[in-house]
Design a protein around this ligand. Sequence first.
Ligand code: ATP
Ligand code: MG
Length: 466
Amino acid sequence: MDNVTIRIPEDAAKIIEKLERAGYEAYVVGGCVRDSLLGREPGDWDITTSASPQEVKALFPRTIDTGILHGTVTVMENHVGYEVTTYRVDGEYEDGRHPKSVTFTRELSEDLLRRDFTINAMAYNPKTGVVDLYDGIGDLQRGCIRCVGVPEERFSEDALRILRALRFASQLDFEIEEKTFAAMKKLAPRLAQVSAERVRVELVKLLGGKRPEMLITAYETGVTDVILQEWNAMITTSQDNPHHLYDVGRHTIVTIQALHRDPAYQAADAHDRMVLDMAMLLHDAGKPKCLTVEEDGRQHFRGHPIASAEIAKEVLRRLKFDNDTTALVTLLARWHDCRFSIKADMDFSKAMRRIMNKVGSENMRYLFPIMRADIEGQHPDYRERGLAKVARMEAEYEEILRKKQCVSVRDLAVGGRELIAAGYRPGPALGDALERLLQIVLDDPEANDAQTLTAYATQWLAEETK
Ligand code: ATP
Ligand code: MG
């Protein structure tokens, strides 16, 4: 394909030219070629070259030894790093990010052969055009995920590729070729040997893709049996209840799809999207454990948000998410149902301040899209009412913020220092008093002035010492 031109960043082109002038070969390769041919914006531009890492380092003034043993040197150009990797033949993969051993080669064709899918095994440079030895372009046109070479061998070398196939199918809205699919089913148990970090990266990309329903395919191929058994429990738990249309797993997929259509999700950055996707995935994960059939003959899931939160924490820890993400996703699973705590006879803004106190003001913005998407996944008869309630909650939340009303001990007009001045001693009683003051202020924001609160606290102290 010499008639295709790919627009590559100027600095990447400069690196390629410099390598060529020194007598080596160099190409952009992999994901960036695939994405360019699809008209998608590439995430990063990887360069592959016949030069050895030492030869690359000798040529460029600013380099970082990113993965020197595996042939990768990062070349810095105008403060942007380009990963330049020597052509290589991979040995077997180990339980890590990289193969156990690599052998460098001077042949581009050998480097392309080690890559996972035909659509990821293309290289490009302005002189040669696209190098496509395995009909990657044909598979791009057909929308097809196909292994380079014999699928069973490729998945045996590195089982993560099984999950990557599902991830690309979701991201690109592609189908998985038959032999590739059969090999995935056969070798799925081998995913048990792959590190949690690598699994996490692919799972997050799968969920954030165009077809999160590939998670159902992950169940059918036996992939989630190894990496996410909690999902198997969800997909095999029906919901015989008038509020619901689907089993827990399919309901969850519908909610993730609805979440992706939500303007707040679309405006969010990659990190926040990941948080929302993981929270949506696990919001009902506790339902299988909480299932009861009651006198009305229907299935109920009382207490499931608490169970979901426990499961979310466990899953995110196991997949080695960072602590902040784990805490946030756990919190969102815990409170995804909070709209039911506002009953018709309640003062709406009081109830909303209590919710904000539990969830934390700064976390509320994640909760609204989660609640809306959850409603989209339920029976349509309840949709309009549910969405109206969430809209009212969001409006009330904005209002509470605008009025700077107090929703946490931190926002009280008095703190430990003032109570000590009023005669309290540092210790648990002081904490209890602040908590009691907060309860007063959550009900009556007007009460949040130092004089009023000190008067309450002084009175309690007097009562106690009576
Ligand atoms: P993304 O756009 O999400 O980064 P990508 O295709 O660039 O997708 P990377 O994980 O960044 O994926 O890998 C870059 C390239 O390296 C791939 O396109 C593929 O050619 C090759 N590759 C990555 N992981 C594997 C693997 N486990 N087995 C074989 N080849 C792989
Ligand atoms: Mg990449």
